[in-house]
Write a protein that binds this ligand. Structure first.
Ligand code: GAP
Length: 513
């Protein structure tokens, strides 16, 4: 089993709160389920992730499968759009999850995330106990409670796990809910729409009803023609957007993994239908390599091609869909989705053309081919919050030999603080040199000066928030005009000329460090 699965989620959540990465939203009022705030270090981390995505996707120098530079432009669309957008996209009619309520505990669960423990030798009327998929402690609790009821021992040889949704109505009635004591308190699964509704204007009636967008993608599709008409893009090209999305998730859980307000980093890449296979494969591999390049380099990251029967409605036909998945501590030994890469064919552009009444006029004219068509789309769609969470989980490294007992092994590009600046003692000109260095570096890098307590304690503080370099100004600095730079992971030290510190950091952060 990988290292991540041995990391405890409680410890990561505690560090996030203690060091100002992530707080519960409205914490002083008891919080609100499914909403999270980013503190000073967390907001830097998430911003670095989003900036890396934008720099590499929109401003990058990608070369496509045919050797041509890849053209991508950005948009920044509104969260509230004309509600017809969501009828056309299928979200109003189809953006549903099956859910069950527990009459005893008053809790609500996603039915397709519920699993049950059942005795392998069970007869027709046997009791079952439910838990949430991925919740190892919940599974053990459910297993032990069933074993106790059956006056036997909990063991995988005696008991097996089945999805709740595979049970028929009679069997569901024999299930004890995850937070209940008696069987039969779970309602039958009902569909639940995930769209957050609101109203535009003074009158709250059906005509004024609108939605908070559940994905950023539709803003891109409805602006496709505007972008083609206003910029010099030609197929193949992409439109990118980073922004908030809202889903009234039935069971928000696992820290920020399933939130009700989150951010997406989405790219819609428009192509000629005949080129779907090669662009799909290229984007899938490119996006997988990208997550590795920013620090998810180990075996906790996998690429998983969807089976035909799990494809979304818009991706049923075509080149395929894959998920880039990360082994979070709460999914281990399994994986959770970080990004989906889907061939959406021409579903969205065609649907909007039909619903807005423009029909075939919205077909793209391809001058080079002298052909009018609805372009196909390859969509790499990533979550910024899930990305930040994966970076946090991957970085978390217990180390008993350090004063901090743990360090955050962030890739320098995403680390919230790039360098700590330490005057060894508060005299002999050292604070003044530290101040000057801080002023020189701060416009280009997030740096922090720390002059309090021993060097060991200062290293510990920087290790805990994942600062890759610590720069010490010591008694020799005034003489040799050099500083000692300590690297976080190896704790090795090297002497670097004061006027070369900026170039050193640049190389480490933006080079192949
Ligand atoms: N436009 C396609 C789309 O929205 P999705 O798989 O529903 O596809 C894309 O979402 C990504 O958004 C996911 O891979 C995940 O990283 C992120 N995401 C989706 N729902 C989320 C939630 N409730 N909380 C946090 N991130 C979420």
């Amino acid at each position: 089993m990988s290292e991540t699965s041995t990391k405890r989620m409680e410890d990561i959540v505690a560090l996030c709160r203690r060091r100002g990465f992530i707080f519960q939203s409205s914490e002083i009022y008891g919080g609100i389920n499914g909403f999270w705030d980013y503190g000073p270090y967390g907001s830097e981390l998430k911003r670095n992730l989003k900036n890396a995505w934008w720099e590499d996707i929109v401003h990058g120098d990608l070369v496509g499968p045919t050797g041509e530079p890849v053209k991508i432009v950005g948009v920044d669309c509104t969260i509230i759009m004309n509600p017809k957008v969501w009828e056309a996209s299928g979200h109003v009619g189809g953006f549903n999850d099956p859910m069950v309520d527990c009459k005893e505990s008053r809790s609500r669960y996603r039915a397709d995330h519920l699993m049950v423990v059942v005795n392998r030798q069970a007869g027709e009327d046997a009791r079952m106990t439910a838990f949430m998929d991925g919740d190892d402690a919940g599974m053990e609790k459910a297993g032990k409670s069933l074993a106790k009821y059956e006056k036997t021992e909990w063991s995988p040889e005696v008991y097996e796990i089945r999805p709740y949704m595979d049970l028929d109505a009679a069997a569901m009635a024999r299930v004890v809910g995850p937070d209940a004591d008696a069987p039969g308190t779970l309602t039958e699964p009902r569909m639940f729409n995930l769209m957050f509704e609101t109203y535009c204007g003074a009158i709250r009636d059906e005509d004024a009803k609108t939605y908070l967008r559940p994905e950023t993608a539709q803003g891109i599709f409805v602006n496709f023609q505007n972008v083609v008409d206003s910029s010099r893009v030609k197929i193949p090209f992409g439109i990118a957007q980073i922004g908030k999305a809202f889903r009234n998730e039935v069971t928000p859980r696992n820290f920020t993994f399933r939130s009700r307000e989150f951010e997406q980093m989405e790219l819609e890449f428009f192509i000629h239908p005949s080129e779907a296979e090669q662009w799909y494969a290229w984007w899938r591999d490119n996006r997988f390599a990208w997550w590795k390049s920013i620090g998810l380099a180990g075996d906790n990251l996998i690429l998983r091609e969807h089976d035909r029967d799990e494809l979304a409605h818009y991706a049923k036909e075509g080149a395929g869909t894959s998920d880039i998945e990360y082994r979070f501590p709460f999914t281990a030994p399994g994986f959770g989705e970080l990004e989906g890469v889907a061939h959406r064919a021409d579903f969205d552009l065609k649907a909007h053309a039909e619903h807005c009444g423009k029909g075939d006029k919205m077909r793209y004219f391809d001058q080079a081919r002298n052909e009018r068509y609805f372009p196909h789309v390859i969509e790499p769609s990533a979550g910024a919050d899930r990305g930040a969470l994966a970076l946090l989980c991957e970085a978390y490294t217990p180390d008993e030999s350090r004063a901090s007992k743990v360090f955050m092994n962030f890739h320098p590009r995403v680390a919230p603080v790039k360098a700590g600046i330490f005057p060894l003692v508060a005299k002999d000109g050292m604070p003044e040199i530290a101040d000057k260095l801080h002023k020189e570096l701060r416009r280009r890098f997030v740096v922090e000066t720390d002059a309090k307590q021993s060097i060991g304690k200062r290293y510990a503080r920087m290790d805990e928030c994942g600062t890759p370099y610590c720069i010490t100004i010591d008694g020799d600095t005034t003489g040799d005009q050099a500083v000692t730079i300590r690297e976080r992971n190896t704790q090795s030290q090297e002497r670097v000329a004061l006027d070369k510190v900026g170039a050193f950091l640049d190389e480490k952060i933006h080079g192949d460090a």
